[in-house]
Design a protein around this ligand. Structure first.
Ligand code: FAD
Length: 261
C-alpha cells in the first residue's frame, strides 16, 4: 500500500499577532509547528504501515523552511518526504494549493492508494484543501474520520459528526481527513532525528511538472480577501435581577424587540 500524507507548517497560534497597519498575520520571528492534525495523519499512516505494510510519503507545499516540518515526519518514521516550493506557487488560495499538491502527488507517487490529511489547518481553518484535492484527482473522499482500517483495497472508516458517528466503506484510491480522536502522534525517535537531520529534501518546483500555470499561485486563486480584522469585544450583557417572573418577562420583551423571538 502506498500512503501519501499532506502536512502544512503553521505558525504556533498562541504566538500569532496581527499587524495593525496591514491587518495581516505577522509571521516573522513566530515559531512554526507542524499542523497538529497533520501529525495525527502521519501517525495514522505509520499505524497502517505497521499493521498492513505500507510505504509512507509525506509532502508539504510551502516556503523552504517547511523542510523542518517534513524532517520531523521523517524522524517519526515516514519513508520519504518531498517539498513543493516555488515563487510561482505564492499567493495560492485553497483551490490553487489543492491543485498544486494534487499534481505533485500524481507526478511523484502516481500509484498511491491513500492520501491522508488533517481535518483542517489551525491557521487557515478552511478544511477545504483535502476535499478539493480529491476532486482534482477524481477519487473518493472520507472526511472527519475517527476510526480507519483497510482490508485489501477496501477502506472502512468511522466519521465523526456533531450528533454521533457514521460508518462508511469505500475503495482505494481514497483521500481521508482525520480528527483528533483517531490517534495520538508518536514522538520522533533519536535514531530517526539523526537520519532526518542528514536527509536531503527533494523539492518540486513549477518547472518540474507540466502544471497549468493558470491554476497556480495568485493567478489560479479565485478567492479575494477583502478585509482581515479582530472582532470587536462584545459589551457586557445586561443582568436582570429582582423578581424572577418580572425578569423573565423583561427578557422576553427584549428578545421580541430585537426580533429574536
Ligand atoms: P485546510 O484546508 O484547513 O487544511 C486541511 C488539510 O490540508 C491540512 O490538515 C493538510 O493535511 C492539508 N494541507 C493544507 N495546506 C497544505 C499545504 N500547504 N501543504 C500540504 N498539505 C496541506 N498562504 C501562504 O502560505 N502564502 C501565500 O502567499 C498565500 N496567499 C493567499 C492568497 C489568498 C487570496 C488566499 C485566500 C489565501 C492565501 N494563503 C497563502 C493561504 C492559503 O491559501 C492556505 O493556507 C492554504 O490553501 C491552506 O488552506 P487552509 O490553511 O485553510 O488549510
Amino acid at each position: 500500500m502506498k500512503i501519501v500524507v499532506c502536512i502544512k507548517q503553521v505558525p504556533d497560534t498562541t504566538e500569532v499577532k496581527i499587524d495593525p497597519e496591514t491587518n495581516t498575520l505577522i509571521r516573522q520571528g513566530v515559531p512554526s509547528i507542524v499542523n497538529p492534525f497533520d501529525l495525527i495523519a502521519v501517525e495514522v499512516a505509520l499505524q497502517l504501515k505497521e499493521k498492513h505494510g505500507a510505504e509512507v510519503t509525506v509532502v508539504s507545499m510551502g516556503p523552504p523552511q517547511a523542510t523542518d516540518a517534513l524532517k520531523e515526519c521523517l524522524a517519526m518514521g515516514a519513508d520519504q518526504i518531498f517539498l513543493v516550493s516555488d515563487r510561482a506557487f505564492g499567493g495560492a488560495d485553497t483551490l490553487a494549493t489543492s491543485y498544486t499538491l494534487a499534481q505533485a502527488i500524481k507526478a511523484k507517487v502516481p500509484d498511491f492508494d491513500m492520501i491522508l490529511c488533517g481535518k483542517q489547518a489551525i491557521d487557515g481553518d478552511t478544511a477545504q484543501v483535502g476535499p478539493e484535492m480529491a476532486e482534482h484527482l477524481d477519487i473518493a473522499q472520507v472526511t472527519y474520520v475517527a476510526k480507519l482500517d483497510v482490508d485489501g483495497k477496501k477502506v472502512m472508516a468511522e466519521r465523526e459528526h456533531d450528533e454521533g458517528y457514521e460508518q462508511v466503506e469505500t475503495a482505494m484510491p481514497v483521500l481521508v481527513t482525520v480528527v483528533k480522536a483517531i490517534a495520538d502522534p508518536r514522538l520522533p525517535t533519536i535514531r530517526g532525528t539523526i537520519k532526518a537531520n542528514a536527509a536531503e529534501v527533494p523539492v518540486i518546483t513549477a518547472a518540474d511538472i507540466p502544471f497549468d500555470v493558470n491554476q497556480l499561485g495568485l493567478k489560479g486563486s479565485p478567492t479575494k480577501v477583502m478585509k482581515i480584522f479582530t472582532p470587536e469585544r462584545r459589551t457586557q450583557g445586561e443582568i436582570f435581577d429582582g423578581d424572577v417572573n418580572q425578569s423573565v418577562n423583561t427578557l422576553l420583551q427584549r428578545l421580541s424587540d430585537a426580533k429574536l423571538l
